[in-house]
Write a protein that binds this ligand. Structure first.
Ligand SMILES: [Zn+2]
Length: 131
């Protein structure tokens, strides 16, 4: 899969998920966490999102933990865009975060894994029903 194909899939799903107003910046680079396939960093006040894609998505390296088939790449793209769609919830959540570090760490881990599970389930359902 090429960078252009990934950008084209983002363009396909962006309006479907009600994100047409968002400006998207693409970054194809090695992530700090080598197991990370992609990441969305939202600047919500400006409706700008930086989408980071691990270059393994381009090579389709089947040894990679995330498996980068075209189908999985599309699900990854939907997954990242769903993070953008629900980013206002994350903003509210962080404004009400616990102050004590130990409590915060547990709270953050619980919220993050719940968000990942929901986003992943929705991404797979949307892909299955609407690809
Ligand atoms: Zn995620």
């Amino acid at each position: 899969m090429t960078e252009k194909q990934i950008e084209s899939l983002v363009s396909k799903w962006q309006p479907r998920l009600g994100l047409s107003e968002w400006k998207i910046e693409y970054h194809f680079e090695e992530p700090e966490d080598p197991d990370e396939t992609a990441r969305a960093d939202c600047i919500g006040d400006y409706q700008v999102v930086k989408l980071y894609f691990n270059p393994v998505m381009l090579t389709g390296d089947s040894d990679f933990i995330g498996e980068c088939s075209p189908e999985e790449n599309e699900i990854t793209i939907i997954h990242e865009l769903l993070h953008v769609a629900i980013s206002p919830m994350r903003t509210v959540r962080f404004h009400s975060a616990p102050k004590k570090k130990k409590v915060y760490d547990i709270w953050h881990k619980a919220h993050s894994s719940a968000e990942e599970a929901c986003v992943d389930k929705l991404a797979r359902s949307l892909f299955r029903e609407w690809k």
